[in-house]
Design a protein around this ligand. Sequence first.
Ligand SMILES: [Zn+2]
Length: 311
Amino acid sequence: MRAMPSPRFTSILAALAVAAGLGGCARETAPPPREFEASKAFEYLRTQVGFGTRIPSTPPHERMAAWLDSLLRVRADTLIVQSWTHVTAAGDSLRLRNFVARFNPRATTRILFLAHWDTRPRSDGPNSKNPKAPVPGANDGASGVAVLLGVADALKRQPPAIGVDLLFDDGEDYGDFNEHPTDVLIGARYYAGHQPPGPTPKYAVLFDLVADKDLQIYQEGNSLTGAPEVVELVWSTARKLGKQGVFIPSPKHTLTDDHVELQKAGIKAIDVVDFDYPAWHTPDDTIDKVSAASLQVVGDVALALIRQEKP
Ligand SMILES: [Zn+2]
C-alpha cells in the first residue's frame, strides 16, 4: 500500500519522463521534498535521547529545556513558556516547564497538538527487569516531541491558514499513576488551568509513543468517549493518505494520558498512541526500537490535519 502521489510529485515525474525521453540523460535526481521531513524529525529524536533521561529537576532535563526553547523561539510566531514548581506527594519540589509554540496567533480557528517532553524516572512497566532504572524514552517522550518539532519546521516554511498551537508539556510521566495521580499529567493539568489567551482550540491531538518500528495506532477508549468526532476526523484523514494500515479504525486500549486533563477543561482532545510497545516503561525504550518511517506516517497525518482546515 502506498499513498497517492501529490500533484507536485506527479508533475516532477512527468518532467523526468520528458527529460528522459528527450535526451536520455539519466542524472541522479533527489526525491521530491515532503512537507514533513522525517529524517530531520528522527535527528530531533536522537538529540533528545542523547541528552540522557529527561527527568524533572535533573541536568539532562535542563539541557533539553534550553534546547527546546532555542528551537521553538526561531520557529514559532510566539513562544509562551509556562514555568512553575510542583511539590510531589513525597514532598520533593520539581521545576517544570511547558512550552507553547503558537503559529498564526491571531487566528480564531485554532487546533492544538501536544506531546510530553519529560521521561519517566523508573521502569515499572510489565516487561521491565530493572524497575529502578530510568526510562530512556526514545519512544515514550522523544517521539511525540520529534513529530511536533517536524510540524514546527513545516509551519515555519509555510505558515498555516488557521492558528496552530504546539504544546510541549512537562511532568507527564513522573509519579505513580495509581497511588499519586497528582504527580502525573502535571504539565497537561497546568496548561488546562492556564490556557493562553484567545479562543479554545477546535480540537486537540496528543502524540505519544508514535515511533515504534512496528507502528499500529488503534483508537483509544477515552478519546472515543470524550471526542469521537475528532477520532473520526484523524482516522479518516489517515485513510485519505493511504495510511489505514497504521491508523487502524478500531478501538483497543483505554489510557490515562494528557488528553484526559484537557478533556476535563472542555477541550475536545484525543490520544494518538501505539500502546502495543513491549519496551513501554522499561530500560529498553531505546533508539533501536523506533524509526523515521513511523515518524513520517504520523507527521504526514498531523500536517494534513492542519492543511485541510479552513480559517
Ligand atoms: Zn510513559
